[in-house]
Design a protein around this ligand. Structure first.
Ligand code: F3S
Length: 425
C-alpha cells in the first residue's frame, strides 16, 4: 500500500502510540482488502461499547479498546490521545433514563456511563443514534466517511451520495484516531454503479410498501447495487430510510439508485455507467406479497404484547404521526409500547408535548439504543409488532419472539387493542 508522508509519520509513531497502532491496523486491513492507498476522512461513526465480560477480563477501558478496537495487547490511551477527526458514537446498549425497564442491571448502567465519559474525554460526539443524519451529521455528496451501521451506511451512500463502506469496530476506531480509511469499495466511483435493474410494476407508496420493496431488493441482489426503476410516487426521508434498512437486512445492500431521486443518477443509463445490468428483476404484486409473507413468517399468535417503533430511529415527523393516532387513547394492559428516536429529537418531542402524549397513553419514548442492538425487550414478551422491516427481520432470531410487520396505523391499533389485525391491502 502506498502511504503519504503524514501516514508514514503516524506509522512510525511520530504522533504517539495510539495513532501508530491505528495506522498499523489500517495498513493491514487495507492490504487484506487489496486497497492501494488510504483516503482522508473527516467523518467517522461507530459503536464503541464496552461489554461487561470483557471489562472483567481486561480491567480498564483502555486495555479493552486496545485489544478489541486496535488489535493491540499493548495498552494505548485512547482518551488521552483523542480522536483526530470528527467522530461519533452511533448507539449504545441502553437508554440512561430507562435502563431499568429495559432490563439492564445497575452494573451495566454504571459501565455504560463510564464508557460514555471515556469516549467524551477522547473527543467522540455522543450522538447515540443510528440516524445521525436526522440530527446534524449530514455528509455531503462525495464526502468520504467511515461509518458503521448498515442502515446509516446505505442511507448516506444512496440518498446523500456520501461515500462509505460498512466499517467494523476496529477500522472505525482506527479512522477516528488517524482520519484515514482504506480506499476501496464504495469510495471508488466504479463500485458505486448499479449492478441489477429492478422494474417496479406495482404502486409503491406507503412506508410499508417501501419496506417490502427494500426487503425484496436485498434478498435478490445481496451485496450488489440495485437500480430501482418505475417509481411513480415520490418517497420521503422516512420511506427511503425504511427501504435501505430493509435491503441491508435481507441482503447487505450498502448502496442503491433510484434514478431522478437519489443523489448519483438522473437516469437508469447514468446509474449503470457503461455497464449492463447483470440481471433484470421485477417487483410486482407477487414479489410484494412474498416480501410481506417473509417478514410476517414468525407471526402466529395474534395476541401482541410489545409494539416497537423507531428502527431506524424515528424522525420527529414519525413521532408526530404516531402521536396523532395515539392521542387520548390508552394502550392495552398486556401490551408495552416503546418508540426510539435520537437523543437530540427527544428534546423537541418533550417540548412539543409528544413525549407526554406517548406517556399518557402508556408508552415510552426512548433514545440511544434499540431492541435488536441493545438486546432488550420488555420482560416476558412473546409477540411483537413493528412497522420496521429490519426489526421484524432480526428480533425473532435475536430475542426469540414472534414478529408482525405492518403499517404504523396497524401497529398503533395493536398497541391499543393488544391484537394483531394487520393485512396487506
Ligand atoms: Fe437502528 Fe437498531 Fe434499527 S441500530 S437501524 S434501530 S436495528
Amino acid at each position: 500500500m502506498r502511504l503519504t508522508d503524514d501516514e508514514k509519520a503516524m506509522l512510525e509513531g511520530k504522533e504517539g502510540l495510539a495513532r501508530q497502532k491505528a495506522m498499523n491496523l489500517l495498513v493491514r486491513y487495507g492490504e487484506a482488502l487489496g486497497a492501494e492507498r488510504l483516503v482522508d476522512t473527516n467523518n467517522v461513526g461507530g459503536y464503541m461499547v464496552a461489554k461487561k465480560q470483557h471489562m472483567m477480563e481486561f480491567g480498564s477501558l483502555d486495555a479493552l479498546f486496545s485489544e478489541f478496537n486496535l488489535d493491540s495487547s499493548e495498552v494505548v490511551e485512547f482518551a488521552k490521545d483523542k480522536v483526530k477527526v470528527f467522530s461519533c458514537q452511533f448507539e449504545t446498549t441502553m437508554d440512561p433514563d430507562f435502563w431499568e425497564i429495559q432490563g439492564k442491571s445497575s452494573e451495566d448502567y454504571r459501565l455504560m456511563l463510564a464508557n460514555e465519559e471515556y469516549l467524551a474525554r477522547g473527543g467522540v460526539a455522543l450522538m447515540c443514534t443510528c440516524t445521525p443524519y436526522l440530527v446534524g451529521n449530514v455528509p455531503i455528496k462525495g464526502e468520504h466517511c467511515a461509518w458503521m451501521e448498515s442502515s446509516a451506511v446505505v442511507y448516506i451512500n444512496s440518498v446523500l451520495g456520501a461515500r462509505t463502506n460498512a466499517e467494523g469496530n476496529s477500522s472505525a476506531t482506527a479512522a477516528m484516531l488517524t482520519g484515514k480509511i482504506p480506499y476501496w469499495g464504495f469510495h471508488i466511483d466504479e463500485n458505486r454503479l448499479g449492478t441489477h435493474l429492478i422494474d417496479v410494476e406495482c404502486i409503491v407508496e406507503s412506508q410499508l410498501e417501501w419496506g417490502l420493496l427494500g426487503y425484496y431488493a436485498g434478498r435478490m441482489v445481496k451485496e450488489r447495487v440495485p437500480v430501482i426503476n418505475g417509481i411513480k410516487k415520490l418517497p420521503n426521508l422516512i420511506k427511503l430510510k425504511q427501504l435501505g434498512a430493509a435491503a441491508a437486512s435481507s441482503g447487505g445492500v450498502e448502496m442503491y439508485h433510484i434514478p431522478g431521486i437519489t443523489a448519483e443518477a438522473r437516469t437508469v443509463e447514468e446509474a449503470f455507467g457503461k455497464k449492463q445490468p447483470v440481471e433484470r428483476l421485477s417487483f410486482g404484486t407477487a414479489e410484494r406479497n412474498w416480501a410481506y409473507e417473509a417478514l410476517n413468517a414468525t407471526g402466529k399468535d395474534t395476541n401482541v404484547d410489545f409494539v416497537m417503533f423507531g428502527c431506524p430511529h424515528a424522525s420527529i415527523e414519525e413521532i408526530w404521526e404516531i402521536c396523532k393516532l395515539l392521542e387520548g387513547k390508552h394502550i392495552h394492559t398486556n401490551t408495552a409500547l416503546w418508540i426510539f428516536t435520537p437523543r437530540g429529537l427527544r428534546e423537541i418531542a418533550d417540548r412539543n408535548g409528544f413525549t407526554k402524549i406517548i406517556k399518557d397513553a402508556g408508552g415510552v419514548l426512548m433514545s440511544d439504543t434499540c431492541p435488536a442492538l441493545g438486546q432488550l425487550i420488555p420482560k416476558g414478551v412473546k409477540v411483537m409488532a413493528t412497522n420496521s422491516g429490519k426489526q421484524a427481520h432480526y428480533l425473532p432470531s435475536v430475542m426469540g419472539v414472534q414478529a408482525w410487520y405492518g403499517t404504523t396505523g396497524e401497529c398503533v391499533d395493536a398497541a391499543i387493542t393488544g391484537r394483531w389485525r394487520g393485512v396487506l391491502k
